[in-house]
Design a protein around this ligand. Structure first.
Ligand code: CP
Ligand code: NVA
Length: 310
């Protein structure tokens, strides 16, 4: 179903494709842990363009393509001619002559759209200012492992900045039918178009998607609480101002008292303890958070195997 396609936004996927990725990721995880070979992309090469920093995305994609029998090429914009102004549409056509897939992490989402338009190989979004689909597909696998497959019976709350993670949670929850309450300050809401699209997708699955300003309202009866940094990559200059604005949105013990008794807390990492999450809440949920980090590997292997195997 996904062979030859790009993975740029969860909104572009059907609900079946979302479940196919999550279920295949779980299968690949089992195979890897059992030592069963799964060299689905033998001899294939993934180019990985990074215009922003990364620990998890870089390492998990590179290890992932290797475990699938292929090779990963780390392409920093500091080294590429792209960083000196070579147009993205030329880079896309050149790289398409050498590679079997491209992963890109960048600032403006339109750069990924442009790359995909001109590339004739699958393009995978490794994070843009607008979306982080690989992370949210990973989080859905992690939720499935910790809370079961019946997403429609679950409620998630996202508390903090309305950023690329929030936008992708909106798309992910809408596709699988999971209730999602997003709490952000009024001036830091998720992207308005994404919110509208998610509401439309949610009509198909019955997911209850809502925004509110009060974090205590959002976490009421939540089975899962997720948060993320208050200052994303590119917003470093706003960090001090954001720390003040977002202070009431910290995920701490007091907030957790208002959630379901068995609530789990998720964080895509990197985490800033004492800001969006307390050290205590982080460490109490470290087993979930590091499963989430590990699952980047399995989920992205599924994405690469499904899109690049053609
Ligand atoms: N969560 C995530 O994408 O981490 P990195 O920025 O380290 O890749
Ligand atoms: N919102 C964060 C996510 C990091 C993985 C950022 O864009 O920096």
């Amino acid at each position: 179903m996904l062979a030859g396609k790009d993975l740029i936004s969860i909104h572009d996927l059907s609900a079946d494709e979302v479940h196919e990725i999550i279920d295949f990721a779980a299968e690949l995880k089992t195979m890897q842990k059992a030592g069963v070979p799964h060299r689905i992309l033998e001899g294939k090469t993934l180019g990985m363009i990074f215009e922003k920093s990364s620990t998890r995305t870089r390492v998990s994609f590179e290890v992932g393509i290797f475990q699938l029998g292929g090779t990963g090429l780390f392409l920093s914009n500091k080294d590429l001619q792209l960083g000196r102004g070579e147009p993205i549409k030329d880079t896309a056509r050149v790289l398409s002559r050498y590679l079997d897939g491209i992963m890109i992490r960048t600032f403006g989402h339109d750069r990924i759209i442009e790359l995909a338009k001109y590339a004739d190989i699958p393009v995978i979004n490794g994070l843009s200012d607008l979306l982080h689909p690989c992370q949210v597909l990973t989080d859905l696998l992690t939720i499935q492992e910790h809370k079961g497959k019946n997403f429609r019976a679950l409620k998630m709350a996202y508390v903090g900045d309305g950023n690329n993670m929030t936008n992708s949670y909106l798309y992910g929850a809408a596709k699988v039918g999971m209730a999602l309450s997003v709490a952000t300050p009024a001036n830091y809401k998720p992207d308005a178009t994404v919110f509208e699209n998610a509401l439309t997708d949610a009509e198909e699955t019955g997911a209850n998607i809502e925004w509110c300003e009060n974090p205590f309202d959002a976490v009421k009866d939540a089975d899962i609480i997720a948060t993320d940094t208050w200052a994303s990559m590119g917003q470093e200059a706003e960090h001090d101002e954001r720390k003040k604005i977002f202070a009431p949105y910290q995920v701490n013990k007091e907030l957790l008292k208002h959630a379901s008794k068995n609530v789990i807390v998720m964080h895509c990492l990197p985490a800033y303890r004492g800001e969006e999450i307390t050290d205590e809440v982080f460490e109490d949920n470290a087993h979930v958070i590091f499963d989430e980090a590990e699952n980047r590997l399995h989920t992205q292997k599924a994405i690469m195997a499904l899109t690049m195997n053609q």
